[in-house]
Design a protein around this ligand. Structure first.
Ligand SMILES: C[C@H](O)[C@H](O)[C@H]1CNC2=NC(N)=NC(=O)C2=N1
Length: 100
């Protein structure tokens, strides 16, 4: 697939900033965004992860994540690029839409 370049300053202002004001935050130690989601129970959390997994496959872009009962912690970054790209923005938007 197309190689994506790290987000430049304009893209960070236009595309990343809205995500950062709506619940995502920058990782402390690397060029990545992180967000925690909470659900009613494990079943709801796992259903969410299943829907995110299908979107990730469509994008061929995958989250780093962990799940503890009703909580799902997600980190997005593009490994091939060594930081944030448009793929992370696209996946974050789809994740937010699925989280409702
Ligand atoms: C071959 C395949 O396209 C790559 O390994 C994809 C798969 N999913 C990926 N996901 C993420 N987050 N970063 C990547 O660089 C990446 N690369």
């Amino acid at each position: 697939m197309t190689r994506h370049a790290r987000l430049d300053e304009d893209a960070r202002d236009e595309d990343l900033a809205p995500l950062l004001s709506e619940g995502w935050r920058m990782a402390e130690d690397r060029d990545a965004i992180v967000r925690s989601f909470r659900f009613a129970d494990f079943s709801a959390a796992w259903g969410f992860m299943t829907r995110v997994a299908l979107e990730a496959e469509k994008l061929d872009h995958h989250p780093e994540w962990s799940n503890v009962w009703n909580r799902v912690d997600i980190v997005l970054s593009t490994h091939d690029a060594g930081g944030l790209t448009a793929l992370d923005v696209a996946l974050a938007r789809r994740i937010d839409a699925l989280a409702g």
